[in-house]
Design a protein around this ligand. Structure first.
Ligand SMILES: Cc1ncc(COP(=O)(O)O)c(C=O)c1O
Length: 391
């Protein structure tokens, strides 16, 4: 195989769905690392680095990362099985499709779930959170940082402040599958207890890794639970010694880790935490790219699904089709121009909008020109679609 400096991925359609996303040549090259033993010291060193760099992305010093083969969904299972005991109350803040699925997962493990639902395109307000927390004692509160179905961004710092004020023992669990490394998360400063995410979005690696980070407070709650953990594969009892071993530079075995994906994740985390762009600059570049794309799309006549810019995500954009147009007018035309976007997902408006992902390298590396490519493809698509309606 060619050396890392020579490796270039083959030309392909621009993948701008809200995950998986475009990844760098370095990440793909790392994914092609020769297979090594998952018990080797070489691999343990790489895994240990991944654990430490995962902490860095979230600005946490003391939280415990779990890197386990699986997807973002496995994070829901881990929270449900390790932190909640059957019959306990969980409050789910709903800003779109993914909250329903998390609630369903929690109930599968026996939790009693209440949801506070925001209007479409909006988030649950701190006042509503306060009211709900005063009405009942909740063991866990969950909030979706960026709901990938709506492109809505929740203010998790504000949510955490309310929880700490009104119900300090309630654990704050953030579904950050579509936000880690695209949106700022100050895990320790904001008092968050769990961030769950996956490798294939802002973290810029191929799919296949579930990443869960738990605070010391969450780990105490897990350690002092009274009933047996309700999962085998997702049990922190099994995985904690493995994570500790890898972090100490030795290996441990419970179930085989995704060796090559760990190399790819290491390459991506290295670029995010030690690359030419700092983490702070990364978040600013994300915002700039997002606002450029959103403004251009709105000037063309597309309307954003989030009700205001304050609640709009920076790593993705959800746009209603202009009047008279539908998915079949827009999405296939973009595809013909080698731009891969995603259709609608939220049941209430599924056929009325589409989604563009612009996390990671598409937003950070301006030289690639991905944002410009999307904007010009949208312009051409719109002109063609309107012309075809008139014909
Ligand atoms: C907000 C959110 N939560 C959870 C998930 C589930 O993650 P996965 O598809 O990796 O299992 C997704 C997937 O897109 C998501 O966007």
């Amino acid at each position: 195989m060619s050396s890392q400096n020579q490796f270039r991925q083959q030309s392909h359609k621009l993948l701008v769905i809200p995950g998986p996303i475009e990844v760098t040549d370095e990440v793909l090259y790392a994914n092609a690392h020769p297979l090594v033993s998952h018990m080797s010291l070489d691999f343990a060193a790489v895994f240990g680095d991944c654990i430490r760099m995962t902490r860095d992305v979230l600005y946490t010093k003391s939280a415990q990362p779990f890197l386990i083969s699986g997807s973002g969904t496995l994070g829901w299972d881990q929270v449900s099985a390790n932190l909640v005991e059957p019959g306990e109350n969980v409050l789910v803040l709903h800003s779109g499709y993914f909250a329903d699925s998390f609630a369903d997962c929690l109930e599968t493990y026996g939790a009693k779930v209440d949801q506070v639902k925001a209007d479409l395109g909006s988030v649950v307000s701190p006042a509503e959170v306060e009211r709900a927390l005063k009405s009942k004692k909740y063991k866990v509160l969950t909030v979706t940082h960026v709901d990938t179905s709506t492109g809505v961004l929740s203010d998790i710092k504000a949510v955490a402040e309310v929880v700490r004020k009104v119900s300090p023992e309630t654990l704050i669990v953030v579904d950050a599958v579509c936000s880690v490394a695209s949106e700022e998360i100050r895990f320790d400063d904001w008092g968050i207890d769990v961030v769950l995410t996956a490798s294939q979005k802002g973290l810029g690696a191929p799919p296949g890794l579930s990443i869960v980070v738990a605070s010391e407070r969450a780990m105490k709650v897990y350690e002092t639970r009274k009933t047996r953990i309700t999962s085998y594969y997702g049990s922190w009892k099994k995985w904690l010694p493995i994570m500790k071993a890898y972090e100490a530079g030795t290996a441990g075995y419970f179930a085989t880790p995704p060796v090559n994906l760990i190399y790819a994740f290491h390459a991506s985390l290295s670029q995010i935490t030690k690359g030419s762009v700092t983490l702070e600059e990364r978040f600013k570049l994300q915002k700039d790219a997002s606002s450029r794309l959103k403004k251009a799309a709105e000037a063309m006549g597309f309307k954003g699904l989030p009700l205001s810019t304050e609640v709009a995500a920076n790593g993705m954009t959800a746009l209603y089709f202009p009047d008279g147009l539908e998915a079949s007018d827009v999405v296939p035309r973009l595809l013909k121009k080698d731009i891969v976007v995603a259709g609608g997902l939220h049941a209430a408006v599924k056929t009325k909008y589409f989604r563009i992902g612009h996390m990671g390298v598409s937003a950070i590396d301006a030289q690639r020109g991905d944002i410009d490519k999307i904007i010009s493809a949208l312009k051409e698509t719109l002109a063609e679609a309107k012309a075809s309606k008139k014909a």
